[in-house]
Design a protein. Structure first.
Length: 114
């Protein structure tokens, strides 16, 4: 796990392992992105409506935040960490998750190799 300021980061490989152990994975992409493929244990809380969901998050558990490639998850995880949540950013987002062999429900995010 790497740190940047007060924000912690996990690699996709670490996130896959933590999710398998029951850690909360919050996907901040939009519904249409989620529908194209997501981690099976993730919960959808789109960044555009995150304020509507933030009160549902546990304050006493680790929260992994993921998006498509890492920009939105960094923003949300930073805000959560600043607010006192135990939030970590998943580096590389769902792109990295899938490349690392993480399960995806729905269509694959990456096109098949020719």
């Amino acid at each position: 796990m790497a740190a940047e300021g007060s924000l912690q980061h996990v690699t996709a490989e670490e996130a896959i392992e933590l999710a398998a152990e029951g850690a909360l994975l919050v996907d901040v992409r939009e519904q249409s992105e989620w529908d194209r493929g997501h981690a099976p244990t993730a919960v959808l809380m789109p960044m555009s409506r995150f304020a509507d969901f933030v009160d549902e998050l546990p304050t006493d558990a680790d929260i992994m935040v993921v998006c498509h490639s890492g920009a939105r998850s960094f923003t949300v995880a930073s805000a959560l960490a600043d607010a006192g949540y135990r939030a970590v950013d998943v580096l590389g987002g769902m792109d990295a998750w899938e490349r690392a062999g993480g399960d995806v429900v729905g269509p694959a995010l990456q096109p098949p190799l020719a």
